[in-house]
Write a protein that binds this ligand. Structure first.
Ligand SMILES: NC(=O)c1ccc[n+]([C@@H]2O[C@H](COP(=O)([O-])OP(=O)(O)OC[C@H]3O[C@@H](n4cnc5c(N)ncnc54)[C@H](O)[C@@H]3O)[C@@H](O)[C@H]2O)c1
Length: 383
């Protein structure tokens, strides 16, 4: 049995404990240690998992070594700090997304990881297990569709006011570090950089407290420019009760559309678009269209997930397998978390300054702007 320690027994940490110790959805893995700084959460853990070792600080859990690796499921700002302590103590660590809020601190985490390459370090970018996004990642890398020209991703989500009010750290600058860009959308932001590469600049509108009583952004429209002048638009919000998740990517040689993370249509043109657009007459193109030879379509549909969030179980499975056999890959290496944090931070900064921002953004400017928001909010000390 591989033994897991959970740091942070909140909504997610308790979901993991239930998934692993009660539903037994990760073969060979068992939760043996749990830590939370909140006595009420610790009491709940005690009642549900009387056999587990319990701790009121991450430091105590890590030093007691009653587990083979830990999952860090605490509010985002603390991820780099606890991650660094794990790596320095030689404890393999699976960090929650986002890797952090402040790019500078995530860079420090990655530098620490470089000094401790022998300590397994992963990040819960669970949507990278989705076969559709893996395929799109490969498709872009292979160059079979040519270069990316443009994408649009509409990822409209829904969170109630009750959700925002459920934790004092939520939706605050000082406790959470932002809104949809640092909590709900990091999966999409990571996939954007994983599937399409890092853009060179962003121009964003980020409305704060849009139809919700919160201080942070929950309605965002970001426009990216890539080094080859390709463009991308990412739209996200948390006030769409009907919800929408629709990605379209245009390449030199066709189009890919993904609906609800579960259905992908790949349309491959019979020739490069530029060749079709310059070497053919309108009549010739019409003939190609009518004869059905202009493009061919491949449709991929994911199987229905019998559980909510099997993706997380897959990430734990891969981590445990990697511990047993280091040649087996993690779903995402811990150091991979940095690009997502850099991208989310650049979108935020552009929204705050109301102007385009180069990527990577200026770390010091980002921190100064964040700190002025924290100061104005008046609930937490500056970072
Ligand atoms: N990968 C995913 O799909 C996914 C889903 C949900 C949440 N998350 C991430 O998980 C993290 C936690 O989110 P949540 O919704 O469970 O929050 P939560 O507030 O419900 O739980 C956080 C818990 O951590 C505890 N805690 C705070 N600081 C601590 C510390 N220093 N040491 C030990 N315990 C500490 C709190 O008391 C609380 O019980 C966030 O970073 C969030 O982004 C990821």
């Amino acid at each position: 049995m591989t033994r897991l320690g959970i740091i942070g027994f909140g909504a997610l940490g308790s979901f993991y404990a239930n998934m692993i110790n009660r539903e037994h959805r990760v073969d060979g893995l068992t939760v043996t240690a749990i830590c939370d700084i909140d006595p009420e959460r610790l009491a709940l853990a005690r009642s549900l998992y009387p056999d587990a070792h319990l701790y009121d600080s991450a430091d105590k859990l890590l030093k007691d070594k009653k587990c083979d690796f830990v999952s860090v499921a605490v509010p985002h700002y603390a991820h780099p700090e606890i991650g660094i302590e794990c790596l320095e103590l030689g404890m393999p660590v699976l960090l929650e997304k986002p890797a952090g809020i402040i790019p500078k601190t995530v860079r420090e985490l990655n530098e620490c990881a470089l000094r401790h390459k022998d300590v397994p370090f992963g990040i819960m970018l669970n949507q990278r297990t989705n076969p559709i996004f893996r395929r799109l990642h490969q498709l872009t890398l292979s160059g079979k569709m040519g270069s990316l020209r443009q994408f649009t991703w509409l990822s409209r989500q829904f969170r109630t006011q009750h959700y925002y009010d459920s934790g004092s750290w939520r939706a605050t600058w000082g406790g959470e570090g932002g809104g949809v860009l640092v909590n709900q959308a990091p999966h999409q932001i990571d996939l954007i950089q994983w599937m399409f590469g890092m853009p060179s600049s962003v121009f964003a509108t980020a409305n704060v407290g849009f139809h919700r009583n919160i201080a942070v952004e929950n309605d965002v429209c970001a426009q990216f420019v890539y080094p080859n002048n390709a463009t991308g638009v990412f739209i996200t919000c948390t006030d769409d009760i009907l919800g929408e998740n629709r990605l379209t990517a245009i390449y030199d040689k066709g189009r890919v559309r993904v609906l609800n993370n579960s259905r992908m249509e790949i349309e491959r043109l019979c020739d490069d678009e530029e060749s079709l657009g310059t070497n053919y007459t309108d009549a010739e193109l019409e003939d190609l269209r009518k004869s059905g030879k202009l493009f061919e379509t491949e449709i991929i549909e994911n199987e229905k997930d019998p559980f909510a969030n099997s993706e997380h179980a897959k990430v734990f499975r891969a981590f445990a397998d990697h511990l047993a056999n280091p040649s087996k890959p993690l779903v995402a290496e811990g150091v991979d978390g940095l690009n997502e944090v850099v991208l989310a931070g650049a979108i935020q900064l552009s929204g705050w300054l109301r102007r385009p921002v180069d990527i990577p953004a200026d770390d010091d400017l980002y921190l100064a702007e964040l700190n002025s928001l924290i100061e104005r909010e008046g609930k937490y000390p500056k970072r």
